[in-house]
Design a protein. Structure first.
Length: 308
């Protein structure tokens, strides 16, 4: 008993962190946290600075002259922006659910040792992580073969499945779902789909939250798919719309040969502050959703990174 207590004391002493080391780690994490928050605060500060102050004093963390002209400009375009926000939400929600369904099913299938085609599917999943067919082949498939141009599915399907996410799910299922549970469910007469839906998914919340966050970030921040496949302005997402607004601002700001009305409009229109206000509009909604999934996100990413 005494030897056991000594072993426990020695092991607990090894796992303890010295107070000085703990303080050092806290300082490092504080500095890293500030480096992540500071750019966002800086961008917001520029967005509420007047154009005259930006031209005369440049970028400053504390605005020399406050102005809400950038947000007023976006508010004047609120009809288009609200419609684009609605489209972004629809694409993000539907795309995230489809991604979770595809990735978890593929990850579960290749995680089973007795699956006969496991080796082939593993290579099919692994190869796209190294290289892909390129933009031209993807465009031909989505636009010509599938005929998804000017549909909402052109914004969803190209991003619906990721080899990296499938690999995370595969490792998670191999390390978390014992074969004994699956075999006992088979003995009770459960099929593979029932096992996946009623046994595997309920204990897979961490990895589902991780994959869901990756997918939501990807769909919310994507504007490139819309620039390739959308001509219908009613289907524009927030990022696509605000990217076009920024291009229009840059065009008018850099066009010295515009007419008198354009020059007057350009003189009264904010440019730099609008760019920063656009960034704030894009960043804030998705950043506010992260704390609600943080617990599952961290645990799922950690478990999914365990090597076999």
């Amino acid at each position: 008993m005494r030897n056991k207590n000594k072993d426990l004391e020695s092991s607990s002493g090894i796992n303890q962190i010295k107070p000085s080391t703990n303080i050092l780690f806290n300082i490092i994490f504080l500095v890293l946290g500030l480096t992540c928050i500071f750019p966002l605060l800086f961008v917001f500060s520029i967005s509420i600075t007047s154009e005259e102050a930006l031209r005369s004093g440049g970028y400053q963390i504390i605005p020399a002259e406050f102005s809400a002209a950038a947000y007023q400009f976006l508010w004047n375009e609120r009809a288009m922006i609200f419609r684009a926000v609605f489209m972004s939400i629809i694409v993000t929600v539907i795309g995230t659910f489809i991604t979770i369904a595809l990735v978890t099913t593929m990850g579960y299938v290749v995680s089973r040792k007795n699956f006969k085609l496991k080796g082939i599917y593993t290579w099919i999943i692994f190869i796209p992580m190294i290289f892909n067919g390129g933009m031209l082949s993807s465009y031909v498939v989505v636009n010509n073969i599938l005929g998804l141009r000017d549909t909402i599915w052109a914004l969803i399907f190209p991003l619906a499945c990721s080899s990296f996410s499938v690999t995370i799910c595969r490792t998670f299922f191999r390390t978390t779902v014992p074969d004994a549970i699956v075999e006992s469910a088979k003995i009770d007469g459960a099929g593979q789909f029932r096992i996946w839906a009623q046994i595997v998914l309920p204990i897979s919340k961490p990895v589902m939250a991780t994959i869901g966050m990756f997918a939501a970030f990807g769909y919310w921040n994507d504007w490139f798919q819309a620039s390739l496949y959308l001509d219908d302005k009613r289907l524009q997402t927030l990022q696509s719309l605000l990217n076009n607004v920024q291009k229009g601002i840059e065009y008018m700001a850099n066009n010295p040969y515009g007419g008198l009305s354009m020059q007057e409009y350009k003189a009264s229109m904010p440019t730099e502050s609008v760019r920063m206000a656009i960034a704030i509009v894009i960043i804030v909604p998705i950043a506010l959703s992260y704390p609600f999934f943080q617990k599952y996100f961290i645990s799922g990413l950690t478990i999914g990174s365990v090597k076999e």
